[in-house]
Design a protein around this ligand. Sequence first.
Ligand code: GLN
Ligand code: ZN
Length: 784
Amino acid sequence: HKLPIRFTSPRFSLPSFSIRAMTSHSHIVGYPRIGPKRELKFALESFWEGKSKAEDLKQVGADIRTSIWKQMAEVGIKFIPSNTFSYYDHVLDTTAMLGAVPPRYGWNGGEVGFDIYFSMARGNDSVPAMEMTKWFDTNYHYIVPELGPDIKFSYASHKAVEEYKEAKALGIDTVPVLIGPLSYILLSKAAKDVDKSFSLLSLIEKIVPVYKEVVAELKAAGATWIQFDEPSLVMDLDTLQLQTFTKAYSELESSFSGLNVLIETYFADVPIQTYKALTSLKSVAGFGFDLVRGTRTLNLLKSGFPPDKYLFAGVVDGRNVWANDLAASLCILQVLEGIVGKENVVVSTSCSLLHSAVDLVNETKLDKEIKSWLAFAAQKVVEVNALAKALVGQKDQAFFASNATSHASRRSSPRVKNESVQKAVAALKDSDHRRATSVSARLAAQQKKLNLPILPTTTIGSFPQTPELRKLRHVYKAKKINEYDYVNAMKEEIKKIIKLQEEIGIDVLVHGEPERNDMVEYFGEQLSGFAFSVNGWVQSYGSRCVKPPIIYGDVSRLRAMTVFTSSTAQSMTRRPMKGMLTGPVTILNWSFLRNDQERHETCYQIALAIKDEVEDLERAGISIIQIDEAALREGLPLRKSEQPFYLEWAVQSFRITNCGVKDTTQIHTHMCYSNFNDIINAIINMDADVITIENSRSDEKLLSVFQEGVKYEAGIGPGVYDIHSPRVPSTEEIADRINKMLAVLDCKVLWVNPDCGLKTRKYSEVESALRNMVAAAKLIRTKL
Ligand code: GLN
Ligand code: ZN
């Protein structure tokens, strides 16, 4: 199945590398790799299930790459990226390139193939996967390199060169993209059991020679530009890190002759010291900056920019789906021309388009007016090109005019503004929104009512999403069955899930979330101010994609959203049933945000809607309510100076949702995939009664915070097994983990639960794993 290749722009211009003046300079940092209809996802999953061969998967990959390159060439983009495609993750690709395969995967040298590659990504029958964590402040997850002092780097994946040649064979000269050595090291962690004195930074010297080999081979293949992504440069780097950066590039320099090198940064502006170090690199031809999130980038550039270097100006937002305000961008670009010289400005995206949706063309169901306000990756490519053309006097007047019209319609649309919501948010300012009683007193009151055993067992919410369930929701949405039949089928499913939990012996039950396609979409669909795409998928990790709702207007709750389901579920069991909600910060962080309003304003609006739901659930007799804040940490600004403000409004938003409930109502929250140690105070400040938290894939890092004596009085359930792997953990293994937790946590606060929801697993795996989990909890109870 070949991907359709579209002609997005009526004018056909071949990319030219030779003439500097009068040709437009346009550049794309990176592009989504899943395909416009998630072709890569389906190819990967079919390969993993043994339903297709490696060749089939490779063919789908090649088709996706070809289609992207041709599309950009046809639009007229001058600097087209290659090696931004990946079968799983670009950091893992770099690990493969550097031959940094952890010993446990039994790699014997040679080119890293699919077997080793996917074992690192997903684990296999005998070895667990490598750790996965968030890519900066996005919802993309990368595989964390594990490096030790004895590691021997070697050039073990020639993917960058192969992709460059592949594009070249199509007649397209691309810019190969590599993760730069500093960012690679800073994104890594020290391997297990490595001496504490070991410094990851010291490995730079060892990886630079491999980078040199890669650069040399790219040059030999004909590459004239190479892009090094160094997003870590936007972080607060210390002196040693910065020195290491300068040293690495001065060592790499010798391989740069005859080549143009671009160092690309994104997700924020770079701190001033870093900016100075970066822009004083003599052998580099261009520097890329984020002008959307990097609010101070313009000032940095005004403070000085080296003559005769290219400025890759990221003015088209790679993290959003809104049409660029072309007139505004053009003004900024003209200011930039004034600073760095007319010929040195290259129009670019703020970061890789990986974080946007793929192509608006496939959105057939979106409201026409809202659609006119949007631009997905394919449209952003066209915007970048239009801006670059306009800069050299070839402004497409019609394109700019229709863009201006859509911006005017968005600014004045009545569907964007809801005055009563704005009033309610303004009125929030007068209180701290905190429950009146202390958490220990509340827990005592709750225990009286709930009478739970010590080490209570629970799950995070979702149960397996079977093909039958998906089909059921699908036919209901397509109005092929009526509401009555749908509700009955859902009730049957919930009954089954409850029976299973009772039979396994779980203490606090969930209804399993069978009615939810996605924890954010489900709520967004019932709130006003949200729009939904059909194919607006964004890669989260590997083959997993999310389809973030688009928040376009003020948010309000139209009616109760979960009360019927939760109370129906509660009526089927005597055990406590958790009401299950997604928290405001997570709804916010997992949606495409408005860019016409501060994000905390939007968050407060969502908090008020969820608050109404929490109070309705309580009134309906639900005594445990879980408000998931899976993505709380995700929204944390990258720079320390901006973090306190975020944490203040995010934590406050969470408290707004539940500050009005009785002491006897137990509020849970859940968070996944994070390192929380640095924000533990904010987490305590959320004032939840119980928190369940991802843990098993991060080497119990989480627990160290309690060793350090943080005063934590609420209930806590660090996940006892990894739900992202099909592996079933044994009772002993789980018991072992619980014991480790008991070494640092009081048994009275400890809960026993998996890492996260079970929706991606199969029933066979879930049943055995939960049985072992309950057995482990029971075993330890007898010993306490
Ligand atoms: N309640 C959700 C579930 O179990 C939580 C998912 C999540 O944390 N990502 O699916
Ligand atoms: Zn989770």
